[in-house]
Each structure stands twice: as structure tokens, then as C-alpha cells.
Design a protein around this ligand. Structure first.
Ligand SMILES: *[C@@H]1O[C@H](CO)[C@@H](O)[C@H](O)[C@H]1NC(C)=O
Ligand SMILES: *[C@@H]1O[C@H](CO)[C@@H](O)[C@H](O)[C@H]1NC(C)=O
Ligand SMILES: *[C@@H]1O[C@H](CO)[C@@H](O)[C@H](O)[C@H]1NC(C)=O
Ligand SMILES: *[C@@H]1O[C@H](CO)[C@@H](O)[C@H](O)[C@H]1NC(C)=O
Length: 354
């Protein structure tokens, strides 16, 4: 969806944060890294404890290969013949320090996909949307070759693009096996996690007035889909912002209402049956949350981030506890217990779980 900039006053509203389970279980606060930019980064991808990419407003893409000590601005240079408007990147998927795929959002031709294989020295515009009804929100890859991008419903159904060559070419997936969207249902281009690929399955998160659902497909080509209610609050700017699975069965969703970032009832749910049924958490994160990530190798541990702070769970999303009050939009974690977060005013953070 289009609107997603948070008034500063709301972003700075103090959240209510429960005390951590125990000091040992709680992650340390985020270490804020020097990005030297004020752009907003909703796109984030990390491939190791040392290497990460962030994609954001004003055609800006940053890359670090030294744990975030230094960041290089490596976004594409736009030709004035091509577009006179800066691109607003909302998602990036990196495969190595050299190769990545980035998605920009906007009406019509502002929805684009770019690839690089030289660390951002050069970019290729591999997809430009030509359908005025389409609005691409997120991408996900289930490996280095196959990926999908999801658009808000076109003709009453979520539309998917699929690549089988690592992002070089994209084609529209048939919508015959996609359940109808509800009236006013859409996805949130808030953190690059409204589409998820894990263990050969795919998931789409939705929101909107009366809509707060998770679509699922166990078909590698994304042809056949089912859908379930998430239990998260719905509304004009409310619903499921982020869906993440750690295997074929265990998943978390977070979201809420970004116009009421401190409201913390029914902003997260969990599943243990592959998304057939979702249960709302027993204890919620401290407010609306836009991004989430499992910590690889740490069983039920995951982190959620939003404008009013960050939270963690150690029981697969049944209970959440706050551990940091800073504003972030997106989070990713890699093997080794290292997590990265990114958000507004150039904020990028990193932490290492004990
Ligand atoms: C966007 O980037 C250009 C080129 O770096 C810069 O001149 C301009 O001030 C930036 N605009 C905003 C709104 O940050
Ligand atoms: C832009 O278009 C003009 C007119 O077609 C052409 O002369 C020029 O070389 C183009 N510039 C670039 C950077 O492609
Ligand atoms: C939260 O979810 C529970 C369980 O689905 C429901 O009974 C309750 O009415 C919801 N509360 C709000 C404020 O949405
Ligand atoms: C978050 O902010 C509240 C209110 O300022 C404060 O009481 C609490 O200790 C902070 N929590 C953390 C984890 O920093």
C-alpha cells in the first residue's frame, strides 16, 4: 500500500515495556552504526555477521562488509531519460557480498526490480511495472534462483511475480489457484517481510479494513494457495505487517495499527501447524511492529521491531518482552546470533545475542 510515513510525534511516543524474563535471556540493546545518511531503510538483508545491505528512500542502498563499522552508498544511478524521480526501495534480498536484488515501490513504473552482481558498482533494471493496477510490496527467495514478488490485489487477487534465474527475469504467476482477496485487502511494504519463503513454502501477509490474514502455499511455483485469519487487529492501516517461519510448521506474524503505534493488543500471533491456524500471543510486543525475524539456530527465539521499540520471544511468539526503545522498521538475524535492524533517519543497528 502507498501511505507509510509515521508522524514523528507518534514515532516517539513512549511505549509500555514489561521487564525482561531474566537478564540472561534478554538481548543487549542495539548498537547504532554510523551510516552518515538520514534516509529511511525498510529494506534489509544480511548474509553473515559482517555483511549486510540496506535499501531505502531516495534511491539509496547501503552495503557493509565490516560488521557495520563502515557503510558504502551503492545504489543505482538513474538516467534522467529513465525517470526524474528518486526510487523508494522497500525490499532487498542479498545472496553474497556482490549480488543482490532490490525492489522499489510506487504507482506504475515506480515499481521496479534491480539486480547487481558486482557489489552495487552497477545495477540492471530487470523489471518495471507497466500495470497501473499493480503495486509491489515485498520479495522473497527460497534459494539463490527462485524468488517471488507480491503486489496488492489486481482484479481481486494478490498478484505474484516469479523468477527462476535469481532475479534476472520475472513473469506474472497465474492467479487461478489464489483465493479471492477481501474488499480493501492489501499488503504492507513496510519491512520486506510481507512475503516469506521457508522450507519450500510461501506465505503472504495481509491487512486492511476487516482483513488480517496469512496466505500460504506449499507449491514451489506458488500456484496453489490457502488462507487463514491471523488474529491480528485489522483496519485502514492495520493488519499483518510481517510473516516469518523458521521451518515448515512454526511461524510468527506481527503487525497492528501503524497510526496507533502504542496500542499493543493483538499485534502478534503464532502457529505450529504451518499457518493453518494462528493463535494470538499471550503477551504482546510493546506496540505496532513492522518487522520480525527468527534467530537461526536458537529454536523459539525471534525479534520484532517497530517505531516504539524492539521485543524478543524465546517461546516461538507466545510471549514477547521489550528490550530496546529505539525506532526501527526492519530486522534480520543470521547464524551466530547476530541481528541487524534498520529504520528511519538513517538508523541501522546491530546486536549479538549472548
Ligand atoms: C537525495 O539524494 C540526492 C543525491 O545524493 C541529494 O542531492 C538530495 O538532497 C537527496 N534528497 C533527500 C530528500 O534526501
Ligand atoms: C536521453 O535522451 C536523449 C534524446 O533521446 C539522448 O540524446 C541522450 O543521449 C539520452 N541520455 C541518456 C543518458 O541516455
Ligand atoms: C483480541 O483477540 C482476542 C482473541 O481473538 C479477541 O477475543 C479480542 O476481542 C481481541 N481484542 C481486540 C482489542 O481486538
Ligand atoms: C523504555 O522506556 C521506558 C520509559 O522511558 C523506560 O522506563 C524503560 O526502562 C525503557 N526500556 C528499555 C528496555 O530501555
Amino acid at each position: 500500500m502507498k501511505i507509510l510515513s509515521l508522524p514523528l510525534a507518534l514515532a516517539l511516543a513512549a511505549p509500555t515495556i514489561a521487564s525482561p524474563l531474566s537478564p540472561r535471556a534478554s538481548p543487549p540493546p542495539w548498537t547504532i552504526l554510523p551510516t552518515a545518511t538520514r534516509q529511511q531503510f525498510r529494506g534489509l538483508s544480511a548474509i553473515s555477521p559482517t555483511t549486510a545491505w540496506a535499501a531505502g528512500t531516495n534511491t539509496t542502498i547501503l552495503r557493509t562488509t565490516d560488521s557495520g563499522l563502515t557503510w558504502t552508498s551503492v545504489g543505482p544511478t538513474l538516467s534522467p531519460n529513465d525517470t526524474n524521480k528518486p526510487l523508494e526501495f522497500r525490499d532487498i534480498e542479498a545472496f553474497s557480498p556482490l549480488s543482490a536484488v532490490a525492489l522499489s515501490i510506487g504507482e506504475g513504473a515506480a515499481s521496479r526490480i534491480y539486480t547487481t552482481s558486482d557489489g552495487g558498482a552497477s545495477w540492471t533494471n530487470v523489471f518495471t511495472n507497466s500495470d497501473p493496477a499493480a503495486f509491489y510490496d515485498c520479495m522473497a527467495f527460497d534459494g539463490p534462483l527462485r524468488g517471488m514478488a507480491v503486489s496488492d490485489p489486481v482484479g481481486g487477487k494478490f498478484r505474484l511475480l516469479r523468477t527462476d534465474d535469481g532475479g534476472e527475469s520475472w513473469e506474472v504467476v497465474s492467479g487461478d489457484g489464489m483465493p479471492a482477496a477481501l474488499s480493501g485487502e492489501f499488503g504492507f511494504a513496510a519491512s520486506g517481510t510481507c512475503l516469506e519463503a521457508r522450507a519450500g513454502r510461501w506465505y503472504i501477509a495481509s491487512g486492511g479494513p476487516g482483513s488480517s490474514r496469512v496466505f500460504r502455499s506449499s507449491d514451489k511455483d506458488g500456484l496453489i494457495w490457502e488462507v487463514a485469519e491471523s488474529g491480528i487487529v485489522s483496519g485502514e492501516a492495520a493488519g499483518v505487517y510481517s510473516v516469518q517461519f523458521r521451518d515448515g510448521r512454526n511461524g510468527i506474524v506481527v503487525g497492528g495499527d501503524y497510526t496507533a503505534p502504542g496500542a499493543r493488543v493483538n499485534v502478534s500471533s503464532w502457529t505450529a501447524d504451518g499457518g493453518e491456524t494462528w493463535s494470538v500471543s499471550r503477551e504482546f510486543p510493546g506496540g505496532y511492529r513492522s518487522g520480525s525475524a527468527w534467530v537461526p539456530g536458537r529454536c523459539g527465539t525471534a525479534i520484532a521491531v517497530g517505531p516504539t521499540g524492539s521485543d524478543f520471544t524465546v517461546d516461538g511468539g507466545k510471549t514477547w518482552r521489550g528490550f530496546d526503545n529505539g525506532s526501527f522498521d526492519s530486522v534480520v538475524c543470521v547464524t551466530g546470533g547476530v541481528c541487524w535492524a534498520s529504520g528511519q533517519r538513517g538508523r541501522i543497528g546491530r546486536l549479538v545475542l549472548g
